[in-house]
Design a protein around this ligand. Structure first.
Ligand SMILES: [Zn+2]
Ligand SMILES: [Zn+2]
Length: 332
């Protein structure tokens, strides 16, 4: 790499990702330049690339990333050269109805690093200081790349309203299901993981699942809390049938836009179910750092593949194949 140049993986339109060389940007006032050390590949990246989720190309994707501070713009006081930083990618307008209501994560003008503004699939990235969270010195930057998904899962756990002793079903044993498993256990839930791929059961057991089952083996009317973490029709539909009377359901998994599911409203009435969505990470990023930093939530065992930036296409393919757990890009 020439001095002053960097490689980035730029998304230019549906199914098009290309590696290009760009100038390393200069941080402006209130901005931090980081050297990206780890960036997770997320289902949202895959949805964007397929055109199933909106973004504003050309843009560098990757919204789950961490790096080391290399340069500070004017006026930045919350970080220093060499600090490890986790990025909260979601940015709000602070002026719309929802922002004024204190529900800024529902902002009508939400923008996100790695979706609308250049993100983490790059050697260097500009991060507004408002979006930078300091990592404890003992935390690896690979773990730092998990803070965003853990923060989103914390929102899901808030929505689930788990009481100690509740029977909790998590539908899906991917990396998100396994983060939710650990958080639900901390909240006092007794967790069953439903996952069709049996090879994923071992890790679920190691991370605290009391039971691991195939989706077909879940009995109706069994769970106080059901968290759908796959974003697939069958699991969304099953969440209603396996919930107990008075149960709470969270549809956490990101379904493709336009997906329709067959729900029997009478069942929601009869069982007095509470169904909730869960969107991004409102004020949960700092708690996610504490939980991962203390080892209460284990994320490094979830990494199944590491790729250099130049193998971004291969990384995305492995991610989409369903064979991987968490795929991480290590830019250097
Ligand atoms: Zn994500
Ligand atoms: Zn707003």
């Amino acid at each position: 790499m020439d001095q002053g140049k960097m490689q980035v993986a730029e998304f230019t339109g549906i199914e098009r990702i290309q590696l290009i060389e760009k100038d390393i940007p200069k941080p402006g006032p209130g901005e931090i330049l980081i050297k990206v050390k780890a960036a997770g590949v997320c289902g949202t990246d895959a949805h964007i690339i397929k055109g199933e989720s909106s973004s504003t190309p050309p843009v560098v994707l990757g919204h789950e990333y961490a790096g080391k501070v290399v340069e500070l713009g004017e006026g930045v006081t919350n970080a220093h050269h060499g600090d490890g930083i986790s990025v909260d990618p979601n940015m709000f307008c602070h002026t719309c109805y929802y922002c004024h209501l204190g529900k800024s994560h529902l902002c009508q003008h939400l923008t996100a690093l790695g979706v609308n503004i250049d993100g983490g699939f790059a050697e260097y990235a500009l991060v507004p200081a408002t979006q930078a969270h300091l990592l404890p010195p003992n935390m690896s930057l690979e773990a730092g790349a998990f803070i965003e998904p853990v923060a989103c899962c914390l929102r899901g756990i808030e929505q689930a309203m788990i009481q100690p002793g509740d029977e909790v079903a998590i539908l899906g044993g991917g990396p998100i299901g396994l983060i939710l498993l650990q958080l639900a256990t901390i909240a006092g839930g007794r967790v069953t993981i439903s996952e069709p791929v049996q090879s994923k059961w071992v890790m679920a057991k190691e991370l605290g699942a009391l039971q691991t089952v195939a989706p077909g083996d879940l009995a109706p009317d069994t769970f106080d809390v059901v968290i759908e973490a796959a974003g697939v029709k069958a699991a969304v539909e099953q969440s209603i049938t396996i919930a107990r009377r008075g149960g709470s359901i969270v549809w956490f998994g990101v379904s493709p836009q336009g997906l329709k599911a067959a729900i029997e409203p009478h069942e929601v009435f009869r069982k007095e179910l509470r169904i909730s969505g869960s969107f991004i990470n409102p004020h949960t990023h700092a708690r996610a750092i504490k939980l991962v930093g203390s080892g209460a939530v284990k994320v490094e065992p979830l990494i199944s593949h590491r790729f250099p930036l130049k193998a971004i296409k291969e990384a995305l393919e492995i991610h989409s194949s369903g064979a991987a757990s968490k795929v991480i890009i290590i830019p250097e």
